[in-house]
Design a protein around this ligand. Structure first.
Ligand code: PMP
Length: 441
């Protein structure tokens, strides 16, 4: 019996022993085409020699130095790189070990900012239903994924949730995009008024919703309207790009495509591409300056902040993304993937929607296409698709939100940026077989 406390204790996991580009190989020699990068992580695939060398070099020179004693070259260089490529106004980077930690840091930084500028009453966070911001208690409280929250509800901080921007399901048939945006804006305004605008600290959202809904971008103009509302009330905008950032949607930051910047942006996953665990919170000059000119100290911290080897790995990953022109490739491959998904599934009786941006694509599975009724949650259809896909030698990510208390079934694709066109055919072919195999008879 395994002594590992596995994610699922009633399940047997194959043992992954090697990586080969977009493939993972298990101890039986079976090969799995990684069409989801695990959870939108492995954007350079699994055997990038440049990143491997950068890690090895760094470990031999200096593996780690604690951030309360030293800075390090890779941490400084990575921060310089990120700020040079970040949306306007983000001028400082706080390094952590993953996505949840990045969200926790953003929330605490927002809080400390308001203490520093003499607005201690600002403490409310508004986020969105059907979102995911991580599994630590603060990030879980911000998230609106009912299934993930449920067992821990009594432990969660009170945060406020408004509707997501999820047009396929919630935009009315006779409603224009602009009117839909206005309806969501009015809902947010109303919530802010209820809480008292002077008490609200931050609004948190994923530019493209990942783990809960499977690659749902907002409609045009939504985020510009959100930005405007936040600014008018002095509320900080936190964009969670842990999943959709770092090139995944075809631009380094997803916010670029919304034409806005944020006060804080969280990133992880594609930052280190899985070669090392790393995340970061990008911080606006305004927040950094308030803390720098006030107490001078962010009252937070973890042992592995700015881990030298993790930063060296992430720097090598990001340099590879730039030098190999992979953002353009994400856009081209993303279109190719979308076309193939449309060809294969547009008429499929149980695929309600096909959506996404770049190499971040989702399918929503429904029991009935006309009514958009989901499958019964007890079927655990997205879990079954994941298992059937593994049998087909394919990894896809089962994203699950909740719809009126019922689980929705979404399949998320987030393959590496290094694929060629033939891999796209493989992905869609294997996924089609997996879905058909998993569907109830
Ligand atoms: N935010 C978003 C948008 C995510 O998708 C995730 C992970 N799926 C997290 C935060 C949490 O990241 P981690 O699992 O690295 O803690």
């Amino acid at each position: 019996m395994s002594h590992v406390f596995h994610r699922h204790l009633k399940q047997q996991y194959p043992t992954a022993v090697a990586g080969d580009g977009p493939w993972l190989i298990d101890s039986q020699g079976r090969r799995y085409l990684d069409a989801c990068g695990g959870a939108a992580v492995s954007c350079l695939g699994h055997s990038d020699s440049e990143v491997q060398e950068a890690i090895s070099e760094q470990v031999q020179r200096l593996a780690y130095a604690h951030s309360s004693f030293f800075t390090t070259e890779p941490m400084e260089e990575l921060a310089d790189f990120l700020v040079a490529h970040a949306p306007e106004g983000l001028e400082s980077v706080y390094f952590v070990s993953g996505g949840s930690e990045a969200v926790e840091a953003a929330l605490k930084m927002a809080r400390q900012y308001f203490l520093e500028i003499g607005q201690p009453q600002r403490r409310h966070v508004v986020a969105r239903r059907q979102s995911y911001h991580g599994n630590t208690l603060g990030a879980l409280a911000a998230g609106g994924n009912a299934w993930r929250r449920k067992p821990f509800e009594p432990l969660l901080l009170e945060m406020s949730h408004v509707s997501p921007c999820y047009a396929w399901r919630h935009q009315w048939a006779d409603e224009s995009e602009a009117d839909y945006v206005e309806r969501l804006a009015a809902e947010l305004e109303e919530r802010i008024e209820q809480l008292g605008p002077e008490n609200v600290m931050a609004f948190v959202a994923e530019p493209v919703v990942g783990a809960t809904l499977g690659a749902v971008p907002a409609v045009n103009g939504y985020f510009r309207r959100i930005r405007e509302i936040c600014d008018r009330h002095g509320i900080l905008l936190i964009l969670d790009e842990v999943m959709c950032g770092m090139g995944r949607t075809g631009s380094l930051f997803a916010a670029e495509q919304e034409g806005i910047s944020a006060d804080l942006i969280t990133i992880a996953k594609g930052l280190g591409a899985g070669y090392q665990p790393i995340g970061a919170t990008l911080v606006s000059a305004r927040i950094r300056d308030a803390i720098a000119n006030g107490s001078g100290f962010f009252q937070h911290g973890h042992t592995y902040i700015g881990h030298a080897t993790a930063c060296a790995a992430a720097l090598a990953v990001q340099q590879a993304v730039q030098s190999r022109g992979l953002l353009a490739r994400v856009r081209t491959l993303g279109e190719g993937l979308n076309q193939r998904l449309q060809q294969r599934f547009a008429e499929h009786p149980h695929v309600g929607d096909i959506r996404g941006r770049g190499l971040f694509r989702g399918l929503e599975l429904v029991a009935d296409r006309d009514s958009k009724a989901p499958f019964d949650a007890s079927l655990n259809l997205n879990g079954r698709v994941k298992m059937a896909a593994m049998e087909q030698g394919l990894m896809c990510y089962p994203a699950g939100g909740t719809l009126d208390g019922r689980q929705g079934d979404h399949i998320l694709l987030a393959p590496p940026f290094i694929l060629d066109e033939s891999h796209l055919d493989e992905i869609v072919d294997r996924l089609g077989r997996a879905i058909d195999q998993a569907l109830p008879a």
